[in-house]
Design a protein around this ligand. Structure first.
Ligand SMILES: Nc1ncnc2c1ncn2[C@@H]1O[C@H](COP(=O)(O)OP(=O)(O)O)[C@@H](O)[C@H]1O
Ligand SMILES: [Mg+2]
Length: 504
């Protein structure tokens, strides 16, 4: 008897069929991967299980009993815990306050100290150091995720749902997470794990169920899958080229020159320390490093979102040091920002409106102060086709699109401006393989068309596949710049950990 069974579950959002006749069967103590492209229906299915959505049809069975899950509280009472793609902790509260949040009503007075003791013991058992009194906002992303998991365990979860838990983690944090997951299953917990990363599926999961367009295409043991290539084909439904072909660059004029750039943050920490490099049109310069080693500050200083403490930034020959973002973007700069929800798009606006965010002042979009909606809509429709943005219509609220399609919308808008300098930060974070490969090909195409590309990524494979040269950062400093031909994953890994290498 399976621990969890979802039988013939369907879910419709208006005319969108997010889940169609889905059967999911999960055994006790296994790590079950839920796979599929962006928009395949994974999050919807798990939100149904967690009581966030009512399903339109079907049944849920737990331990051989049919259950009705009214809301998340009910799910928790039934032993189901979920860690969402976007964390739901309250930053201004302490760890322990977040953990007990919502439990209060059961007891007249909640003993926070006792709760903190119990929490610490639990954390220790899983080999984690977590100060229960630390404010959540001071924690790294990896630590916040551990809080979310422990919060579910504190509520006695026996089934843990993790929706893309590794999308925002560093390689070291991923290792830690996997170690913890193995410990949990050894203690009898059952885990449903949503991820796009082929390596992770092969490494940590026991079985997988693959969704495509809302339907189950297959449930299988990971050991029955030959290799990553086969897994990718199952997920996408056709053969996928796993390697992006990057022809050698023919560098043109310099489009970016950064000299002795330093930035000191509010806490007085030198987040950027004397960075100097240049980038030519047609070239892809990969910036690699563990998250939080100055990449964000570097991009923000170049795009005018932060004022550097010293040093200079020249874009396409113009001095842009400390200039305002609009002036810098006016030099022919496109920016795919790290956080598409905060900086790349406006969720409440339609796809159409988002696609013209950068160009609504141009003559293509306006005439005598009036927006030319008909032309704009036609152009948006063309962009959706060109960039493979799946949406019911260009008038759809962009927040309703799946993550991959939101990102394709941002990428499409930025590349449509035919930039001379493209700054792409984690352009495919959290995207499925199909969308990732698609966006990588678009970036290579932009460089072939003459754009200089500054590609910031924490994925070594991606950096090695796409870059002509690779700049490694550690604690705000440059550890060196390597030519692609002399770079190996091992060498980059050492440099990312702080070992300086001379170029050449
Ligand atoms: N709240 C919602 N309203 C309307 N459509 C939605 C909503 N949530 C998801 N969808 C749609 O349902 C489909 C499945 O989405 P989702 O479950 O988020 O996919 P996945 O998690 O596999 O990327 C997509 O077409 C998406 O646009
Ligand atoms: Mg999802």
């Amino acid at each position: 008897m399976a621990f969890l069974e979802m039988k013939h579950v369907s879910k419709y959002f208006g005319s969108v069929a997010a889940n169609v006749d889905v059967n999911l069967s999960v055994e006790k103590g296994e790590i079950h991967a839920l796979l599929g492209e962006n928009g395949a229906g994974k999050s919807t299915l798990m939100n149904i299980l967690y009581g966030m959505y009512a399903h339109s049809e079907g049944e849920i069975w737990l331990n051989g009993q049919p259950v009705r899950i009214k809301d998340p509280k009910d799910a928790i009472a039934k032993g189901i815990g979920m860690v969402h793609q976007h964390f739901m902790l309250i930053p201004a509260l302490s760890v322990i306050e977040n953990v007990v949040l919502g439990l209060k009503e059961n007891k007249a007075v909640l003993d926070l100290k006792a709760a903190a003791r119990e929490f610490s013991q639990m954390a220790e058992r899983f080999g984690m150091e977590l100060d229960p009194w630390a404010k959540v906002e001071t924690l790294s992303v990896g630590a916040q995720q551990r809080v979310e998991i422990l919060k579910a365990l504190y509520r006695k979860a026996s089934l843990l749902i993790l929706d893309e838990p590794t999308a925002v983690l560093t390689p070291q944090e991923v290792k830690g997470l996997f170690h913890m997951l193995r410990q949990l299953t050894a203690e009898g917990l059952t885990i449903i794990f949503i991820t796009h990363k082929l390596n992770e599926i092969m490494e940590v999961c026991d079985r997988c169920t693959i969704l495509r367009l809302g339907r189950v295409v297959r449930t299988t043991a990971i050991s029955d899958i030959q290799d990553k290539q086969e897994l990718a084909a199952l997920m996408v439904g056709s053969q996928v080229e796993l390697l992006t072909q990057k022809p050698p660059a023919h560098p043109g004029d310099e489009v970016l020159r950064v000299e002795d750039l330093s930035y000191v943050d509010k806490r007085g920490i030198r987040a950027l320390d004397q960075m100097s490099f240049s980038l030519r049109g047609g070239e892809i310069l990969g910036v690699c490093g563990v998250d939080g080693n100055g990449q964000s500050e570097l991009v923000r200083c170049i795009t005018g979102l932060l004022k550097p403490a010293s040093g200079s930034v020249r874009v396409c020959g113009a001095d842009c040091t400390g200039a305002d973002p609009r002036m810098i973007l006016g030099q022919g700069v496109s920016h795919i920002p790290e956080d598409r929800h905060k900086m790349g798009m406006i969720r409440e606006m339609t796809v159409n409106e988002n696609l013209i965010l950068m160009s609504y002042r141009t003559p293509e979009c306006q005439k005598r102060g009036f927006l030319k909606w008909k032309d704009i809509r036609a152009h948006s429709q063309a962009l959706c086709e060109q960039y493979n943005i799946k949406t019911p219509s260009v008038l759809e609220r962009s927040g309703n699109l799946s993550g991959g399609n939101q990102q394709k919308m941002v990428v499409g808008r930025e590349l449509d401006r035919r930039p001379r300098l493209l700054i792409a930060m984690h352009p495919d974070r959290g995207l499925d393989i199909g969308a990732t490969k698609y966006i990588q090909r678009q970036i290579v195409a932009a460089s072939q068309a003459g754009a200089g590309v500054l590609l910031v990524s924490t994925e070594l494979d991606e950096i090695l596949e796409l870059s002509d040269r690779i700049l490694v950062v550690f604690e705000g400093r440059m550890m060196g710049i390597l030519d692609r031909s002399e770079a190996t994953a091992e060498r980059l890994g050492l440099m990312m950990a702080g070992a300086r290498q001379s170029a050449g």
